[in-house]
Design a protein around this ligand. Sequence first.
Ligand code: ATP
Ligand code: MG
Length: 398
Amino acid sequence: MHELFTTGNIILKTLVSHGYKGYFVGGCVRDYHMGRSISDVDITTDALPEDIERIFRHTIDVGKTHGTIIVLVEDVPFEVTTFRTESEYSDFRRPDAVTFTRDLHSDLERRDFTMNAMAMDGDFDIIDPYNGMEAISDRMITTVGQASERFGEDALRILRAARFASQLQFEVANDTKRAMAQHAENLRHVAVERSVTELTKLYMGQDPNGAKALMADTHLNRYLPFFDKVDDASFLRTDVRSLECELALQIHLAPELKQALPALKLSNTIKTNIGNTLRLLAMIDSSSIRNLAYSFDDRVLEKTADMIQMNPYLENGNRMSRLKSAQTTKPGLPIADASEIELDGNALMSHFNARGGPWIRVVLSAVEQEILDGRLDNDRDKIIEWVRAHVEYEAGNI
Ligand code: ATP
Ligand code: MG
């Protein structure tokens, strides 16, 4: 039994002992029955948010108005959500009103796909009114209720279908697939952060290429920021295992796409990673192996090598081997970064009794290159000697 269920069961039992119902629900029930690894366990209950806060000692209010409270057990957070139904959708994404209910079945009915609409009690008995188990054994993604209606309520579900197709390697049922295409346009109204979350999971799943083919089939890519600027052939041409690599590669192949990137509102980390990959692809043929090794961390070197291997049209005969050499050269470099140079800007100024200015950066970067290329030892006195010999100066004025 997975530890998270054992700990989560403490919550279920506590709810029951207070006269409430409590169930594991959604993705964790699906993954449990598929034998997949479980990353988080969600709980659903008829207890109202204020009841939950009263019953449990450690709680965090993360969305009380929508019925969600985090309960901490042994420092592990569990999302505990009150049974609810959702009514009146208007902006294709967020329900206008949340109505709490005492009935588990109505809570399961609002969920997206049958495989995600199962609950499991503290004895691991399953409640499956929409035949989610059958969908799992058929490896089939099917909406709860009429697909067209469900996608009309919330367009994010369309992208979630493609995400699950990649993660679980399931097929999409015909009517569900037809409705995906029919409502694809409404993806325009979905908050980009939510689309990016689903796309990130899609690319990290088992079968991103299958999911991309499904996206193109149902035209989802036409209505997503950035991807709406990439034609189907270019979209399907790439073979990558992360959203970040997809974006970097598409921009590498069509640099004008860079202008479309801000529309995705990515985190700074992801933007930096994309920038580094693009810089590496731009320098790969012309820089020395040592400079490649010095300028890029292992992760970028490795991801880019994978990218070239998976997309043979990126290879020109020696890029892969240059990246491999850069990786093996890296640990033996005399310095790992500029902070390791034995003489810094302040020491340089005081030694030469000169004022600060752009010259410091120029001199230090020349020193850095000399050290990197093995022509100068990373030793304070040697560096000063080198600067004295190579930089013209008079006291106070370099
Ligand atoms: P993962 O393993 O990626 O967490 P998951 O199935 O748990 O997959 P979540 O996004 O964490 O997916 O959502 C939890 C559950 O909430 C889903 O299993 C589903 O029952 C329900 N759900 C989530 N998003 C929607 C939605 N847009 N419409 C309807 N139900 C949803
Ligand atoms: Mg989840």
